[in-house]
Design a protein around this ligand. Structure first.
Ligand code: NAG
Length: 306
């Protein structure tokens, strides 16, 4: 009989188990319910594209979950989200770290990387025959060309540097740039020229059948073998066309959130996410949330695909 009477130690043990479980349950509950949300007024005080370098990370219970990432890598597309960025020194650059997000190892003919320039940093030159496009998402950097013209690249401004173009890119404080590079596909015609500009200076272009707003950052003339589009969607707007085409894309979501469809997968995406789209991958976007979606998109153009 005495075997069935609970002893004092076993009661204490049961109490301990019970209270630990209760504590864990509350903690888990709290984790789900108390995810801090950034209010719109807080967001308005941040500078343009602030979200790219300060993304909303997953709620803590997901961020701390070992092995969790939203990043996906498939043969015809990839989603590379901020928690899986790996920064390392960029060859030939001084005081700068880079995270390559798209490279030819995926099948692309271009690279796309985030370059974090620190105090007193300097960019290296692209390899011979390689053209470069820079877009500033944080801080500022200065570009000096062979004529000695100095141009300041601040957030939302960009530069296109033709292949073998003599220039210096330096940063006194800090800057984060998104960089595209590819081997220039010559047409034996006119060579491309240096271009410096900012998104807000670019005219809105016609987008027949679509509701999004489109700007192109490079001229549409034949000497340029790619263009960079800036596309804006209000929440609830989406692409009407379900594109499947020969061109490649590298995309950086600069603002907002939504659902990107790539092949037969549908991905929740947010500012700071990068996407690789191989030729002919079915692609589609719908903007959600409460603020504008804006993305920057590399697209190869003006060359015979043969
Ligand atoms: C340097 O930049 C200035 C200003 O954009 C431009 O007028 C000049 O032609 C450029 N020099 C070269 C060598 O491209």
């Amino acid at each position: 009989m005495t075997h069935f009477l609970p002893s004092l130690p076993s009661i204490l043990f049961l109490l301990t188990v019970f209270s630990t479980t209760t504590v864990n349950l509350c903690f888990a509950d709290g984790g789900f319910c108390s995810v801090p949300s950034v209010t719109e007024t807080e967001e308005e005080q941040k500078h343009l594209y602030w979200k790219v370098t300060n993304p909303t990370l997953s709620p803590d219970h997901l961020r701390d979950l070992p092995g969790f990432t939203r990043s996906v890598y498939k043969t015809d597309h990839a989603l590379i989200t901020p928690e899986s960025h790996v920064f390392s020194p960029i060859p030939e650059w001084t005081n700068a770290l880079g995270a390559y997000l798209i490279t030819p190892a995926m099948g692309s003919h271009f690279v796309m990387y985030l370059a974090k320039m620190k105090e007193n940093s300097r960019a290296g030159r692209p390899p011979s025959g390689v053209e470069r496009f820079l877009f500033a998402v944080q801080g500022s950097a200065s570009l000096t060309n062979a004529s000695g013209a100095i141009q300041n690249l601040m957030v939302d401004s960009y530069a296109y540097l033709p292949p073998n173009y003599d220039h210096e890119l330096e940063c006194v404080e800090s800057a984060t740039l998104i960089v595209f590079e590819r081997r220039y596909a010559s047409t034996m015609d006119r060579l491309p020229e240096q271009i410096v500009g900012s998104t807000d200076e670019q005219a809105l272009l016609e987008t027949p059948g679509e509701v999004f707003e489109l700007r192109k950052l490079l001229p549409q003339t034949l000497q340029y073998d790619f263009n960079i589009h800036i596309m804006d969607f209000q929440p609830g707007e989406f692409l009407n066309v379900k594109e499947v085409h020969y061109n490649q894309h590298g995309l950086l979501l600069l603002e907002g959130q939504g659902i990107y469809r790539l092949a037969d997968s549908w991905y929740p995406v947010q500012a700071g996410d990068a996407i690789w789209m191989a030729p002919f991958v079915p692609q589609w976007y719908a903007a959600l949330g409460k603020t504008r979606s804006r993305y920057l998109l590399y697209k190869d153009v003006n060359r015979n695909p043969l």
